[in-house]
Design a protein around this ligand. Sequence first.
Ligand code: 5GP
Ligand code: MN
Ligand code: MN
Length: 325
Amino acid sequence: TYGHNMDEALSFIKKYDRFLVVAHVNPDGDAISSTLAVGWLLQQWNKHFVMVNDNRVPSRLSFLANSEAIYISERHPDAKPPAFDAVICVDCADYERIGTIADWIQADVPILNIDHHPTNNRYGEVALIREDAAATAEILFDLYEHGGIVLDVQAATALYTGLLTDTGGFRYSNTTPHVMEMASKLLQTGVQGNEIADRLLERMSYAQMLLIKRSLARLDFTQDRKIAWLHVTPEDMLETGALNEDLEGLVNYPRNVEGVEVGFLLKMNESGRIKVSLRSAGLVNVAKVAQHFGGGGHVRAAGCTLTVPLEQAIEAIIEQVTEQL
Ligand code: 5GP
Ligand code: MN
Ligand code: MN
């Protein structure tokens, strides 16, 4: 059913010569893996391309081949944009999710939008959006298979990583038979699945453990214990030495408590903005809650940003979640 769309996407890539490849700000495993997998294809096809992101590649993902080649705009605030004729956005539900990279892109530059978020607003000249896909990496896998493109172990490792991280280690409800078939095919190319899982799902940095230790002491619940939350302050980050990437997985603690329907994490920034991560046990569509505050995401994992004091933010989120319960 997506054949036509996939042909359009492949023609788009064939048509242009110089590309900018970008994923969402504060990139996760799927964002980085998808960026690298697209870069890999462009390399195979002898295209000129630059892979970019607003923020640094999380260090746990730096084992991925060519991740060091991703140009980080926050490191070069005054840099001149590279020359390109077309943009490929991966894993970005809306165009704004590419952050300040948008400043580089003229309004008339054609965009190929490849994504799996149900809240994707289908920006771009060509939009290959599949809500049924567990990860953008899954869409890319199907796209390459459709185009008869044979993966090497490097490309397969990137795609496997995106699939593994967006399915929470093949545990979330998006772990379909197709996901497992894809994982199987990727493993057959020589991907070291156990090594990747150990790096990304088991190991944590020392700072991350200190942050968990501190923030769990503040774990709070509504009276009926259906909603639970944590918050992280700028002092927590400073005193533990944690980076944004060390917040990965923290929101699962409130969500994982028996009886909890929605868990959320509030990350307070120095600017007064609060980045909220929401996770659902299944009953509540947290994408709707996030959208209410101008954010988005998936049914069971979503996020938004609020600019109100902490207590007010907590109350507002609880109110919206309660409405959905
Ligand atoms: P996280 O809580 O891990 O930051 O994000 C969970 C999911 O929600 C991810 O799929 C992410 O892309 C999406 N998400 C998080 N924050 C935002 C946001 O501010 N806007 C949109 N549209 N999606 C978000
Ligand atoms: Mn993502
Ligand atoms: Mn994704």
